[in-house]
Design a protein around this ligand. Structure first.
Ligand code: NAI
Length: 245
C-alpha cells in the first residue's frame, strides 16, 4: 500500500513507532527509523534488514531543531523526498500539579509539543514542492479528557490536536493531509512502567475488555498514510477500545 513512499517515523525504535516501522516496511515503504535512542533504531533496522526490507536508522532529538533539520537533510539525500511523517516520539514525566517541577514541565513540552512542530515544519517544505504528503500525529485520550498526574503530558497531547486541526486547514489545499490518532492504553514500554494491577484495572474499564496492542495503532496509521485514507483530514481518531465514549 505504500510502495515507493518514504516515511519518517519518530520514536521508531520502540513501542508504537517500532510496530509502525515494521508494518510500513511490510507495505513496501522506505522507512526512516528516527529515534533519540540510536541503539533501538539500529535494532529495528537490523530486524527489517533480515526480513529483506529497506530502512535507515537516524539518531534525532525532535526537541532540537538543528538535529531535526539534519535528519531531514539525510533523508532527502538518501531517498530524494519525504511522503509521510509520523510524529510519534513522546515521553511522560508524571507528577501532580503541586509537585511538578519546571524541568518536568519543560521537557515534556519540548519533546511532545515542540518536537511535533519542529518535525512538521522541517518536512513540509519538501511536501509542498511535490504537492502531496501525509502527516500523522500521535495524541492521546488524555489530550481530550485530562489525566491525574499528567498536567504536562495532557497539555501537549491537547496541543497536538490543535496543531493537527490548524495544519489541516492550512495545508489541505496543497495536497497535504494531517490527522491525529488518540490511542487509549496500549501495551508498550511506556505503559510497562505502570504497576500491573493498575493496567489490569484499566483493561477491565475498556468495553472490549483488553489493553490495546501496538498493531491496533499502527494499522490506523497505515490507513491514514495510504490511499484508503486520502479524504480524511483534520480528524482525531480515537483508538481506545471504546474507553472514552
Ligand atoms: P515508547 O516509550 O515505547 O517509545 C517512545 C520512543 O520515542 C522511544 O524509542 C524513545 O527513545 C523515543 N523518543 C523519546 N524522546 C525522543 C526525542 N526527543 N527525539 C526522538 N525520539 C525520542 O512509547 P510508546 O508507548 O510507543 O508511545 C509512542 C507515542 O504514543 C508517544 O507519543 C505517546 O505519548 C503516545 N501514546 C502512547 C500510549 C500508550 O498507551 N502506550 C497512549 C497514548 C499515546
Amino acid at each position: 500500500m505504500l510502495r515507493g513512499k518514504t516515511a519518517i517515523v519518530t520514536g521508531g525504535g520502540s513501542g508504537l513507532g517500532e510496530a509502525t516501522c515494521k508494518l510500513f516496511a511490510e507495505h513496501e515503504a522506505n522507512v526512516v527509523i528516527a529515534d533519540f535512542n540510536f541503539e533501538a533504531a539500529i535494532r529495528v533496522h537490523s530486524e527489517l534488514y533480515q526480513l529483506g526490507y529497506d530502512s535507515i536508522p537516524i539518531k534525532v532529538d525532535v526537541s532540537d531543531r538543528e538535529s531535526v533539520d539534519a535528519m531531514v537533510k539525510d533523508v532527502i539525500n538518501s531517498y530524494g523526498k519525504i511522503d509521510i511523517l509520523v510524529n510519534n516520539a513522546g515521553i511522560t514525566m508524571d507528577s501532580t500539579l503541586v509537585k511538578m517541577t519546571q524541568a518536568q514541565w519543560d521537557q515534556v513540552i519540548a519533546v511532545n509539543q515542540t518536537g511535533v512542530f519542529n518535525c512538521t515544519q522541517a518536512v513540509v517544505k519538501s511536501m509542498l514542492e511535490q504537492k502531496a504528503g501525509r502527516i500523522i500525529n500521535t495524541s492521546s485520550i488524555v489530550g481530550r479528557f485530562g489525566n491525574f498526574g499528567q498536567t504536562n503530558y495532557a497539555a501537549t497531547k491537547a496541543a497536538v490536536i490543535a496543531m493537527t486541526q490548524t495544519w489541516a486547514k492550512e495545508l489541505g489545499r496543497k495536497g497535504i493531509t494531517i490527522n491525529a490518532v488518540a490511542p487509549g492504553f496500549i501495551r508498550t514500554p511506556m505503559t510497562a512502567a505502570m504497576p500491573p494491577e493498575v493496567l489490569e484495572k484499566m483493561a477491565k474499564m475498556v468495553p472490549v475488555q483488553r489493553l490495546g496492542a501496538p498493531e491496533d495503532i499502527s494499522n490506523t496509521y497505515l490507513f491514514l498514510a495510504s490511499d484508503m485514507g486520502k479524504y480524511v483530514n483534520g480528524a482525531v481518531i480515537a483508538v481506545d477500545g471504546g474507553l472514552v465514549i
